[in-house]
Design a protein around this ligand. Sequence first.
Ligand code: FE2
Length: 208
Amino acid sequence: MSAVQRVVTSGTFSLDGGTWEVDNNVWVVGSGDEVVVIDAAHDAKAILDAVAGRRISAIVCTHAHNDHINAAGALVEATGAPLRLHPADDVLWKMEYGTALPYEPLADGETLTVGEVTLEVLHTPGHAPGAVCLYAPGLGVLFTGDTLFKGGPGATGRSFSSFETIVESIRGRLLALPSETVVHTGHGDSTTIGAEAPDLPEWLARGH
Ligand SMILES: [Fe+2]
């Protein structure tokens, strides 16, 4: 089985009084009999099908927008897996779960090991204050959640977001990675660091 599996799930994202239909990428990463689930979005059953009986060593949230975490409760209930979230997103987390579902705080620079795969936690605020990316140097892969997409930075127009901050995160932390690094995003197609890096001036000019 491949070390990286993608599951696309569908549902809604709500913030600031609006609700939008969205498709999310859930990434199941690992080797052997152990995996990490990156973003428990919308559909715990679809995620469990992809996990296929392997042990979930952690459910890692790239950020706490509700479309990325709304299946976390059901997944924890089904598996008992530990939840991990950067605590700077606590305000968003509590909008979905209140204090009913505890998580263990993620820290910048922390390393998660799953089978033979190592994931480095990069705190990349901007889309959300507690947004993180996960870098797997051994695979040459970066999981960016909603921080970097094919075509530019994640949205920063709603509450708790900042365009200046996301640009700082992308420029300082992500574009410093090898250009051939494959970028697996929270929505839509994958890209590479080298494909996106030349467009930074364009993003700055357009302001999103
Ligand atoms: Fe988001």
